[in-house]
Design a protein around this ligand. Structure first.
Ligand code: NAD
Length: 469
C-alpha cells in the first residue's frame, strides 16, 4: 500500500533527480496530531471593502491561538510581513492567507483579490493554507454581485493548483443571514476555518463549502473533543477508511458503534476494542438489517447522534460485460442500504435534533469512471441523497453531507493495475494519494456539533484531483 515513489522523491538523492528531470514532486503533507497548533506561523487577514466577516474572523482566529496580521485590500505589505519564504529575515513565513471577499459586489471589485494575494503569493509557507470567504451566488442580491461571487471559485481553484508544496486553497460561502447575525451564528464558520487551516485538511484542496447560520449553543466546550458524549455509528469499520473514521471520531470524544459484515468480525472487534467502542456484525444487504441495527442502537444507547455511511464495494466491469449481480450488489450496498437505514432511524425517532448524517461518496460519482458505471451511479446517488435530504432535515438542525474521496491508499486502491494506480496517485495537486485519516478528519469536521449550518455539502478529499474537476 506504500507509495515507494513518494518515499524516493523525498530522499536525498531522490530530491535532486526529481527536480532535475521535472518529475512529479510529492511534498510531505502536514497532518494533525493531538496538541498541534492550528497553524505553525502567522496568518494574514485581508478584506475587500464592505465585507462583514473580517472582524469576526479575526476574533475567532485569535481565540484559536493564531497570530493574525491584518491588511485591507490594496494596502502594501507591512514591514513585518514576510515577502517570500526564503530570505525574509527573521520573521516566519505566512502559514495562511484568509481573505473576506463578501464585500465584492461587482466584477470590478475582483481586483481586490489581486491586490491582496499578489504581494504575498510567493510568501506562503510549505503546506500553507488559503481561505477565501464569499457569499453564495444564489444568495446575492443582484446578477452582478452573483457573477463576481461566482468568479471567486475560479480564483481559489487556480491558487490551489498554483501555490504547490502541500498548500491548499478553499472557498467558503457564508450565508448572508449568518454574516448579518455575526457570532455566535458563525460557529459553523469557526468550525470550518479550524478544519481548513489545520493539518486535518491535508488532502482537501480546491473545494467550495457552504456554511449557514448556527444556533447559539453549537460551540463545543473543548475544541479537541467536540464529540464528547455523542454516539457515532460507522459502517464498514473493520478496515481501511472506515477503521480510520472510527478511530478519529473516538479520538474526538465519540462512543463509536462499529459495524461490518460477520466475515470481518475479528478485524471489527480489533478496531472496536482499540477505541473502547462496540462492534455490530451485520450485512447491510440483509432484508431486516436496518431494523436490527435500529434495535441495537435503541437498546444500547437510546439514540445515535452521528451516522457515517462508509461501507462500500466495487464490482468493476464495462457495462456490456456486466452481469446483473454486479450492478445490483453495488447499488444496494453503496446506496439503497443508506436510504433504508436513514428511513428507519428517522421513522423510529433515533436521530435526535442536531444529528449528523454523513455519507462516503467518491470522485467517480462526480467524474464517472470507465468500468464503473455501477459504482459511479451509486456514488452520484449518494451525493444526491445528501443534497436532497439536507433541506428536509435542516429545520431540526440535522445536517447531511457527503465526502467524495479521490485516490486513497487502501487495499481497494492497492488492487488497481499499476499504471492506473500511478495515474491516480500523481494526477492531483499533491502528486500523491491521500490516507484514510484524511477522509476521517473531513468526516469528523462534519460530525462536530460546531459544524451546525454546514449542510448539503459535497467535499472532495482528493488532493484536488484532475478527475471530475
Ligand atoms: P474497504 O473495502 O477497505 O472497506 C469497506 C468495508 O465495508 C469493508 O470492511 C467491508 O467488509 C464493508 N462492507 C462491504 N459490504 C458490506 C455490507 N454489505 N455490510 C456491511 N459492511 C460491508 O474499502 P475502503 O477503501 O476503506 O472504502 C471505504 C469507502 O470509501 C467505500 O464506500 C468506498 O467506496 C469509498 N471510497 C474509497 C476510495 C479509495 O481510494 N479507497 C475512493 C473513493 C471512495
Amino acid at each position: 500500500m506504500g507509495d515507494r515513489y513518494a518515499s524516493f522523491a523525498n530522499s536525498g538523492p531522490g530530491r535532486t533527480l526529481v527536480r532535475r528531470l521535472g518529475l512529479p514532486d510529492p511534498p510531505p503533507l502536514r497532518r494533525y496530531a493531538p496538541g498541534d497548533p492550528l497553524v505553525s506561523g502567522p496568518v494574514l487577514l485581508g478584506a475587500a471593502p464592505g465585507g462583514q466577516l473580517a472582524g469576526p474572523t479575526r476574533h475567532l482566529l485569535v481565540d484559536a491561538g493564531v497570530e493574525v496580521l491584518d491588511r485591507p485590500a490594496g494596502q502594501e505589505p507591512a514591514a513585518q510581513e514576510p515577502a517570500a519564504e526564503k530570505g525574509s529575515g527573521s520573521s516566519p513565513p505566512l502559514a495562511g492567507l484568509v481573505f473576506d471577499a463578501t464585500g465584492i459586489g461587482d466584477t470590478t471589485g475582483l481586483r481586490a483579490l489581486y491586490d491582496f494575494f499578489h504581494p504575498v503569493a510567493r510568501g506562503l509557507a510549505r503546506c500553507g493554507r488559503v481561505v477565501v470567504l464569499g457569499t453564495a451566488p444564489e444568495a446575492c442580491p443582484s446578477p452582478r454581485a452573483a457573477t463576481a461571487q461566482r468568479a471567486l471559485e475560479g480564483f481559489t481553484r487556480s491558487v490551489g493548483k498554483e501555490f504547490g508544496r502541500g498548500s491548499t486553497a478553499q472557498l467558503v460561502y457564508v450565508d448572508p443571514a449568518a454574516q448579518a447575525a455575526g457570532p455566535p451564528a458563525l460557529t459553523g464558520l469557526e468550525s470550518t476555518l479550524r478544519f481548513l487551516l489545520s493539518g486535518r485538511s491535508a488532502y482537501v484542496s480546491g473545494q467550495v463549502v457552504r456554511v449557514g447560520p448556527a444556533p447559539a449553543d453549537a460551540r463545543p466546550a473543548d475544541w479537541d473533543r467536540p464529540l464528547d458524549g455523542r454516539i457515532a455509528l460507522v459502517t464498514g469499520a473493520a478496515q481501511g477508511i472506515g477503521a480510520a473514521i472510527a478511530r478519529v471520531l473516538a479520538r474526538d470524544g465519540a462512543r463509536v458503534v462499529a459495524l461490518d459484515v460477520p466475515a470481518a468480525g475479528a478485524a471489527l472487534a480489533g478496531v472496536a476494542n482499540e477505541i473502547g467502542g462496540t462492534a455490530v456484525q451485520l450485512d447491510l444487504t440483509a432484508p431486516d438489517a436496518a431494523n436490527r441495527l435500529a434495535d441495537h442502537l435503541a437498546g444500547r444507547h437510546g439514540r445515535v447522534d452521528v451516522v457515517v455511511h462508509n461501507a462500500g464495494i466495487t464490482r468493476d466491469k464495462t457495462l456490456g460485460r456486466m452481469d446483473p449481480g454486479r450492478w445490483d450488489s453495488v447499488l444496494d450496498v453503496n446506496l439503497s442500504s443508506q436510504e433504508r437505514i436513514n428511513d428507519v432511524l428517522l421513522d423510529r425517532d433515533l436521530l435526535p435534533d442536531g444529528g449528523r448524517l454523513i455519507a462516503v461518496a467518491s470522485i467517480a460519482g462526480i467524474g464517472g469512471n470507465r468500468g464503473q458505471t455501477n459504482y459511479a451511479t451509486s456514488k452520484a446517488g449518494v451525493i444526491g441523497l445528501a443534497q436532497s435530504l439536507a433541506p428536509v432535515l435542516a429545520g431540526r438542525g440535522v445536517t447531511v453531507n457527503a465526502v467524495a474521496p479521490g485516490f486513497i491508499e487502501t487495499r481497494m486502491t492497492a488492487r488497481m493495475p499499476l499504471v492506473l494506480r500511478e495515474a491516480g496517485r500523481r494526477m492531483n495537486s499533491m502528486a500523491q494519494g491521500g490516507l484514510p485519516v484524511d477522509v476521517a478528519e473531513t468526516i469528523a469536521w462534519f460530525a462536530s456539533p460546531a459544524s451546525a449550518g454546514v449542510t448539503g455539502n459535497v467535499v472532495r478529499v482528493c488532493g484536488q484531483s484532475l478527475l471530475g474537476a
